[in-house]
Design a protein around this ligand. Structure first.
Ligand code: ZN
Length: 260
């Protein structure tokens, strides 16, 4: 009996350990929407075009039999492709890299990682192997190293704009929210704001993984994003459906009244 409960406790510990390293939403993606031919843990990613030059890459992870989705971006420029965040798992990140090559016939210029959790940077070594730069802030680089999530090149500051061909990409650190290092990415040419895990989708009923969160500062961080990017037309959260600036206001509502 002791051994049995010990094993159960071990697996519970293991499960929670895995659970807490990413920033899932509480709303599982309906399993019936997953292509039955694919591996149930989700090794097949989805591509959704949201503007002529911007796609969402959607990947999947499972926990306790439920499948959750995760968003990143693919930005097409006339010089190549910029990727915002990896897929959730390494095999899906491999699929993302190969997919870009076959779908768009363009080189990948660089990857931006929006914080040091595995749903943002699983498989960064696949980029290193191909000599594709992986950019992050200093803090993300430090946390990623501590957590064994891989190496990044910390060229990004609190506010940095990178120019890639006919597009530019701005990163902004608004303060500690979901994680101490969470950044958002602004695409000024298309008015798309990638909020990452700082921003919850409208269906989110709670804040998801708050292990590394600052529940006091988070609201101010979201308000700084609202003030800075009032003309965002599309807001993409780390998980769940994208929409407009309402997602930021919904995130604040969840923070102000967690039992919303
Ligand atoms: Zn996270």
């Amino acid at each position: 009996m002791f051994v049995q409960s010990g094993i159960v406790r071990f697996f519970l510990f293991l499960s929670f350990g895995i659970w807490f390293v990413h920033c899932q939403t509480t709303n599982p993606f309906p399993a019936d929407k997953i292509n039955a031919k694919t591996n149930p843990v989700g090794t097949s990613i989805e591509w959704i075009k949201i503007k002529e030059t911007v796609w969402v890459h959607k990947s999947f992870g499972s926990f306790q039999g439920k499948i959750f989705e995760s968003n990143g971006l693919v930005v097409l420029t006339n010089q190549g492709v910029v990727i915002i965040d990896t897929a959730w798992t390494e095999p899906q990140t491999e699929e993302l890299i190969l997919g870009i090559q076959t779908k768009f016939q363009k080189d990948i210029l660089f990857l931006i990682v929006t914080h040091a959790h595995d749903d943002r940077m699983a498989g960064v070594n696949l980029f290193h192997k191909r000599n594709i730069p992986v950019y992050s802030t200093n803090l993300t680089a430090k946390l990623a190293k501590e957590k064994g999530l891989g190496k990044t090149n910390p060229i990004l500051d609190i506010q940095t704009r990178l120019y890639s061909g006919n597009h530019s990409v701005e990163i902004f650190f608004p303060g500690h929210g979901h994680s101490p290092d969470n950044i958002v990415v602004w695409l000024p040419d298309t008015h798309i704001l990638f909020g990452g895990c700082l921003v919850k989708d409208l269906d989110a009923k709670d804040l998801g993984n708050v292990k590394d969160a600052n529940l006091v500062e988070w609201e101010n961080a979201v308000k700084r994003v609202l003030t800075r990017y009032p003309d965002a037309e599309v807001v993409v959260p780390g998980h769940g459906n994208w929409g407009k600036l309402d997602l930021l206001r919904h995130t604040i509502r969840l923070l102000v009244s967690p039992n919303h």
